[in-house]
Design a protein around this ligand. Structure first.
Ligand SMILES: [Zn+2]
Length: 503
């Protein structure tokens, strides 16, 4: 079978799937004439195209084969094959569905779309042939629907290609979001346990629970498909906050809006929506004169204005949704430092009592930490409460802090001094950081650069000869090593193959 374009001199192409047979004169079937609306005018000896009223002249001729058979009359399956003529008919055009079911998919909201992409010229030609074939077969038809899915071209094993639709985006809106799917489908899947397939005659107990479960599954599928489309009539708002640090506040906020619109373009396109920003000057962006803007700003404003010009100020404190997303650093992790234990040791710590008695410059005061009931002696002289760490806890506290990221000595000291206090904290921390095994194993502390050394120049041949053994190399006539000799004075090289390098 092969798809061919027939030129009948009727100015339109006739693409059809033909059976290639070893006959002296080709035969056009009645299905072909019917599909292309062609009439045979025997009296005037011509072929009429009803659609264009054009005709092409024909001649009568005698043929040897009165007909051709697609089925061998001698094979035993002859009767079955003649009962189902579709099996030997490559064309799909004359086939009609044996059922009366039509499927309606009611869609709401913005369509699932894919942007047109370029194809490699080779692939494009192959895809074009395939689509023309499908079109001719009546399997596909031209469409102006905004719904579209991307086309992928898969190589087949015979080095031809097969165009396939990528319906993942479409499928994802129907297959996901089935709440409690396993629970709902449990009862129904129980029925299938130990089933022998179609031949199974085991009766099903189609109880009222089973009916409920079945209806539930159907409803869940229907709801899931509806859930994915946002209500087109609901007011739409874009809340934004920015985290780009290298621009001015205005540019940064503008960039954030621009990027957000680009990201959510598929949802925002041809919709009325409002942009909420915590940067007030932006609300005047569309009212200012364009000569005040940088080309960069004009470009971004131009893009934004294709979607909306409605920018409204919202104070930062009210912009909760955006703030929650951008202040990730506020999330803390559980501390490894046992403050209850430290507080207990502080009571009996001699060093601390001596320190208080000596009239230190530290402002030592008992502080209750949030989420804790114990009071800890802290220094308040720097503005932040730095807990006093008794001797036996100091190294643990250091480890808890240092082991997070193994910062260098200076950074470790700074980190500890900011958060804790005890006499001679800096030398202690510096010493521990220097002795940290993990740091020593993975960090380069010293760079050794050896100076260029000078050789004495040789004054005659063979004064100084460089000898070098290279290998093992891939064997050649049993040799795997090479002795190289270079005379420094003349630079003369010699190489001698060696079978082994033992003395
Ligand atoms: Zn370390």
């Amino acid at each position: 079978m092969v798809c061919k374009e027939l030129n009948l001199g009727l100015t339109r192409p006739f693409i059809w799937t033909f059976i290639i047979a070893d006959v002296s004169s080709p035969i056009i079937g009645a299905d072909f004439l019917k599909h292309f609306n062609l009439l045979i005018d025997l009296k005037k000896k011509r072929l009429m195209d009803v659609e264009t009223s054009l005709f092409t002249p024909c001649v009568f001729s005698n043929i040897v084969h009165p007909s051709i058979l697609t089925i061998d009359a001698n094979i035993s399956f002859k009767n079955i094959l003649s009962e189902y003529p579709d099996l030997s008919n490559p064309s799909l055009i004359s086939k009609s569905a044996s059922h009366g079911t039509t499927l309606h998919i009611i869609t709401t909201g913005p369509p699932v779309t894919a942007r047109p992409r370029r194809l490699h010229p080779k692939l494009y030609d192959a895809v074009k042939v395939e689509f023309e074939f499908l079109l001719a077969q009546g399997i596909i038809r031209p469409s102006k629907s905004p719904w579209s899915s991307p086309l992928h071209v898969m190589p087949k094993s015979d080095s031809t290609v097969r165009p396939v639709g990528d319906y993942r985006q479409l499928n994802s809106v129907t297959e996901r979001f089935l709440p409690k799917a396993a629970e709902q489908q449990y009862l129904l899947s129980e029925f299938l346990k130990g089933s022998k397939g179609k031949k199974d005659s085991k009766p099903l107990n189609w109880s009222s629970e089973a009916i409920t479960a079945f209806q539930g599954c159907k409803q869940a599928l229907a709801d899931a498909a509806l859930l994915v489309h946002p209500s087109p009539s609901a007011p739409l708002a874009l809340h934004k906050t920015s985290s780009e640090k290298s621009y001015s506040a205005y540019d940064r906020e503008l960039l954030a809006i621009y990027s957000a619109i680009r990201l959510f373009r598929y949802m925002l396109e041809s919709r009325d929506f409002t942009v909420f920003t915590d940067h007030k000057p932006l609300t005047y962006a569309f009212r200012q004169k364009s000569d005040k803007c940088s080309p960069w700003q004009i470009r971004q404003l131009d893009f934004i204005s294709q979607f909306t010009t409605n920018i409204v100020h919202i104070p930062g404190s009210d912009n909760i949704a955006a703030d929650v997303l951008s202040r990730v650093s506020a999330i803390t992790f559980p501390s490894q430092i046992d403050y209850d234990c430290i507080s207990e040791t502080q009571q009996t710590d001699q060093e601390l009592h001596t320190l208080i008695a000596s009239g230190t410059s530290l402002k030592l005061k008992k502080v209750t930490f949030p989420n804790s009931s114990t009071e800890i002696m802290c220094d308040l002289s720097t503005g932040t409460a730095r807990p006093y760490i008794p001797k036996q806890h100091r190294q643990d506290v250091f480890s808890a802090m240092h082991n997070l990221s193994h910062p260098g000595i200076r950074r470790s000291v700074h980190l500890m001094k900011q958060r804790f206090v005890w006499p001679s904290i800096s030398p202690h921390v510096a010493k521990w950081a220097r002795h940290c095994l993990a740091c020593q194993k993975s960090k380069i502390h010293r760079h050794t650069r050896s100076p260029l050394s000078s050789f004495q120049e040789p004054s005659q041949r063979f004064d100084h000869v460089h000898l070098h053994l290279i290998g093992p190399l891939p064997p050649s006539n049993g040799y795997t090593y090479c002795l190289t000799m270079i005379d420094r004075f003349s630079k003369w090289p010699e190489a001698q193959p060696l079978k082994d390098i033992t003395a």
